[in-house]
Design a protein around this ligand. Structure first.
Ligand code: GLU
Length: 423
């Protein structure tokens, strides 16, 4: 049979979100009418952005911004540049931002943006025109008290700098708090770049302690070597854990003796392809083999729908800490639970990023900037408290940490909705 004849199952992140939502709402006894309100995003904006390419042709890119909820505060969430961006994915990611902010107890609602494009194949000038075009199209959506974007897959500090500049030009004054994840010299926060990876490390450390796993005797595999994966790997290694597998778009690398993460980081920084392609610190494995390697801790930090019913039963890790958003499909949850694997879910494990985004926004509004030590200390405390709260909720309701995290979030957003009323 040719490859094209094989029917690969299709997973939908929005469906995965809904399945967990329904389960948590049932356990919590959430009023069905409130559940109906919270399932639907507040606002969906779709724009077409014409961009002059370097060769003089004009291309039109489709961009999205989904505002899921503003019940707890202005909506917050990153902007993703990828060819795989689609509306259901952005809707799921926006809802996850609402739950994530509620789980770590920061005063934000949830949103997400995306542009269907391949940033790796675009020049700097093309990316700048695209980002400015998107900002102009979203000028009435973005705002430091209404909707605050940030980096996500395929975007980083430079895109945030362009958004700040374009938005400030439109408003006629610098609006520092309209976007987070900015470069330091433009009102960014110390500690923001490593914040998500650091939160993943804090979650892994807390979970290992609960499971009685000694970091110095443990092994870990990290899928993805972008901002989240590489920094998670580096900081988990600093706990004394041996990182035996890493991966990126070029494939997976396995070394049971341990991979030196600093040399992998230097390799990527100096490589022409900006990837691990040709990295000699481990033997080559496929991305699917990587997830099922023998290890104690698995950190999926690449993208959605990586752990599925097709591979969940083959996973050997005792602990999964989700650095990415939605790396596990809802259909894989019962398999992992059955195997007794502790899963620290995305809406808790990767919330360190948005937590420090919140600190950045607070600093922008005060015009008073914190030391790196203060940012780390406060973010670590937020992550540790959120972990303990979700863990205790899981014990109370005799459920997984994933469903417990949804329970914490739905309880908070649901009761706010009830108090606010206004239907
Ligand atoms: N994109 C990141 C996330 O998924 C950060 C969002 C933010 O800082 O607003 O959590």
């Amino acid at each position: 049979m040719s490859v094209s004849n094989i029917q690969m199952p299709q997973y939908n992140p929005l469906e995965s979100m809904m399945i967990r939502f329904n389960e948590a709402a049932r356990i919590l006894g959430l009023d069905e009418q409130f559940a109906t309100v919270l399932k639907a995003p507040d606002k969906v904006v779709i724009v077409n952005i014409p961009v002059t390419m370097d060769d003089g042709t004009i291309r039109v890119f489709e961009g999205y911004r989904v505002i899921h909820s503003v019940h707890l505060g202005p909506s917050k969430g990153g902007i993703r540049y990828s060819m795989d961006v689609h509306l259901d994915e952005v809707k799921a990611l926006a809802a996850w931002m609402t739950w994530k902010c509620a789980v770590v107890n920061i005063p934000y609602g949830g949103a997400k943006g995306g542009i269907k494009c391949d940033p790796r194949s675009m020049s700097r000038g093309e990316l700048e025109r695209l980002t400015r075009g998107y900002t102009l199209a979203m000028k009435d959506v973005f705002g430091e008290d209404s909707d605050i974007p940030a980096p996500d897959m395929g975007t980083g500090q430079q895109e945030m700098a362009w958004i700040l500049d374009e938005y400030s030009k439109i408003r006629g004054h610098n609006s520092w708090g309209v976007v987070t994840g900015k470069p330091l010299v433009m009102g960014g926060s110390l500690g923001r770049v490593e914040a998500t990876g650091r939160g993943v490390m804090v979650s892994a450390r807390s979970a290992m302690a609960r499971l009685g796993i000694k970091p110095t005797e443990a092994t870990c595999v990290v899928q993805g070597f972008g901002n989240v994966g590489s920094i998670s790997a580096k900081l988990i290694e600093e706990l004394g854990v041996k990182i035996v597998g890493i991966s990126d778009i070029s494939g997976g690398y396995y070394n049971p003796g341990g991979i030196d993460i600093q040399s992998a980081l230097s390799y990527v920084a100096n490589s022409e392809t900006r990837s691990l392609e040709g990295f000699a610190g481990g033997s080559k494995v496929s991305n699917s083999e990587l997830l099922t390697l023998p290890c104690d801790v698995l950190v999926p930090a690449a993208m959605e729908d990586q752990i599925t019913p097709e591979n969940a039963h083959l996973i050997k890790a005792k602990l999964i800490v989700e650095g990415a958003n939605g790396p596990t499909t809802a259909q894989a949850d019962p398999i992992l639970n059955e195997k007794g694997i502790l899963v620290v879910p995305d809406i808790l494990a990767n919330a360190g990023g948005v937590t420090v985004s919140y600190f950045e926004w607070v600093q922008n509004r005060l015009g008073y900037y914190w030391t790196e030590e203060r940012v780390h200390r406060r973010a670590d405390r937020v992550m540790k408290q959120a972990f303990d709260n979700v863990f205790a909720t899981a014990e109370k309701y005799k459920t997984s940490m994933r469903i417990a995290a949804y329970i914490v979030a739905l309880d908070k957003v649901g009761s706010t909705l009830k108090l606010r009323g206004s239907f």
